[in-house]
Structures are given as structure tokens and as C-alpha cells.
Design a protein around this ligand. Structure first.
Ligand SMILES: [Zn+2]
Length: 302
């Protein structure tokens, strides 16, 4: 006789549709150190790996939400979108490419403009999105950046732009390149109005964006280990026929060579920007119009 009798009741099998163990989207593997990170922890640490400090690429909306007080901002110029001025066709027609990019990325262009408060300072911020045709700068991106700067001048606010770009948008040819001059001219006006422009370089910042507004900041910040450059390293090596130094075109290399002012961890970026704004938006420093008034008063001897 067996010591234990077997109960007749059978264990019921779980129906196949309920058999799936839902681990999907719970863990994310770090690209740099292969650590498995709990997705919620990663969100809390602003998409930075807690093990090695690797900065994951993030979208434009997420970026602006991280910057603004309580994550709140008013979106500006959402109606500005690219058209197809050249009737350009590569592997597919440009309008189809735009339509697909809009669908896949959830943004209407490669940059989002916002208006809101950062540490109680009025800030006009733009964030570029790599998921929209490689964050490329076409006419619409150029127009949006220019409008952002003009609006800041009008309302006496600061400008912050988060660059993330593969460069100019090939499908718009020379029109893309003209944006470099247009934005630079607008930034010169911002400078004359004595309003600050903080440029934040994220991974990657390349091509026409690096060659124009991204490196024109009064303060140029970079995220750790971001790729920042004009042409890619392979193109440069082939052109100059020389081996490039290790970590060439990374934030740390650029900091060492004076191209960026500081490398700031994303987890400390907002606080850092608030500190910079408190210094640069100091109301005790007179504005340009105020200065002009004081100057005329001094010369006219009143
Ligand atoms: Zn890691």
C-alpha cells in the first residue's frame, strides 16, 4: 500500500492564450554594459543606466517634459511642417517618407518647440527628435528654430535647444543648407537683445546642425559620451589619410579641446540649466534698451 494516496483531482491546464509570461517591456538591456535594467527604474533615472551611466537616446517630447517645471509646456509652431519643394524621390518619394516619419515617430517634424517656465524663468525650448528622418534639418526645422528665437526676443525669454541630428535633410537640397544662415542671423539678434541661448548637444549632433546653431550657444553643454562632429570619422580619415585619435568627436574629447563648456549628466541637467539661467537672466544686469538709455543719458549730460 502506498504511503500517499493520489487525489483524483487533476490540475487544470492553463489555456494557451493565458500561458504567456508577461516580461515583455519590463526589462531593458543597457547598450553599453549589457545590464538588465528595470524599465520603471530607467524612467525614474531619466533614461540613464544606473550601472554605467550610459545615456539612452530619448524623444523630443520626453526631453521637454524633463526640462520644464512640473513637465508642463505649451507647444508652439506645431503647424509648421515640411513640403516637397524639389519633388524629390530617392528609394521612395519624399512626401511618403514624411508621412511615414510622422506616423512612426509621433511628432510632426524633427523638432518640437515649447514655451514654459524652467525654475521660474521664461524659456523657449526646442528639442530635436532622431526618430524623425534622423533628426535632419529641413526648411520646417529651420523655420521652427527661427520662430522660437524670434518669440523669445519678443517676450524676453531664454532659448534652450537640444540638438540631436544627422545633419541637413538631403531631400530638400540647398534649401536645408540655407537654414543654417537663417537661424544664425536670428541668434545674432537674440545676442543683441542680450538674451541667453543655451545649446545642449546630445547623442548624436552632426552635420549642418553642429555647423550652425548647436555650437553657437552662449553656453554649450553636452551629455556624456555623445557623438558630436561635422563629418563622420570614416569620411575624415579617407580625406586626410590619417588615423584619428581615440574618442575623437566624443563630448569628453571636445571638452578637452574647448568646443564645449561642460559635460552634464542628464540626471543633473535641469538643475544645472536653472543655475545658468539664474546667472544669465539676472534682472540686476540691465537689458540692452536700458543700457542704451543709460548711455544716452550719460552723453547728453542729464
Ligand atoms: Zn549600462
Amino acid at each position: 500500500m502506498p504511503w500517499f494516496s493520489k487525489k483524483n483531482k487533476q490540475i487544470e491546464a492553463v489555456p494557451p492564450e493565458e500561458r504567456v509570461v508577461k516580461t515583455e517591456n519590463v526589462f531593458v538591456k543597457c547598450d553599453a554594459c549589457d545590464a538588465h535594467l528595470y524599465k520603471r527604474d530607467l524612467e525614474e533615472s531619466r533614461q540613464v543606466c544606473a550601472q554605467c551611466g550610459y545615456h539612452f537616446r530619448i524623444g523630443a517630447r520626453e526631453r521637454l517634459a524633463m526640462l520644464y517645471d512640473d513637465g508642463k509646456f505649451e507647444e508652439l509652431d506645431a503647424e509648421v511642417i515640411s513640403i516637397d519643394p524639389l519633388g524629390f524621390v530617392d528609394t521612395k518619394p519624399y512626401p511618403d517618407r514624411l508621412k511615414q516619419a510622422r506616423k512612426n515617430s509621433g511628432v510632426s517634424e524633427a523638432i518640437i518647440n515649447g514655451r514654459g517656465k524652467v525654475g521660474d524663468h521664461l524659456v523657449f525650448a526646442g528639442a530635436m527628435d532622431m526618430s524623425f528622418i534622423g533628426g535632419s534639418m529641413g526648411s520646417a526645422v529651420g523655420e521652427k528654430v527661427t520662430r522660437l528665437v524670434e518669440k523669445a526676443i519678443e517676450e524676453n525669454g531664454a532659448v534652450i535647444i537640444f540638438a540631436a541630428s544627422g545633419g541637413a535633410r538631403m531631400q530638400e537640397g540647398a534649401l536645408s543648407l540655407m537654414q543654417m544662415a537663417k537661424i544664425s542671423a536670428a541668434l545674432a539678434e537674440l545676442d543683441e537683445a542680450r538674451l541667453p541661448f543655451i545649446s545642449v548637444l546630445t547623442d548624436p549632433t552632426t552635420g549642418g546642425v553642429t555647423a550652425s546653431f548647436a555650437t553657437l550657444g552662449d553656453v554649450v553643454l553636452a551629455e556624456p559620451k555623445a557623438l558630436i562632429g561635422f563629418a563622420g570619422p570614416r569620411v575624415i580619415e579617407q580625406t586626410i589619410r590619417q588615423k584619428l585619435p581615440k574618442d575623437f568627436q566624443r563630448s569628453e574629447f571636445l571638452l578637452e579641446h574647448g568646443m564645449v563648456d561642460a559635460i552634464v549628466d542628464r540626471r543633473e541637467l535641469r538643475d544645472y540649466i536653472i543655475k545658468v539661467l539664474a546667472f544669465m537672466m539676472n534682472p540686476e544686469i540691465p537689458s540692452e534698451t536700458e543700457m542704451r538709455r543709460l548711455r544716452t543719458r550719460a552723453t547728453s549730460g542729464q
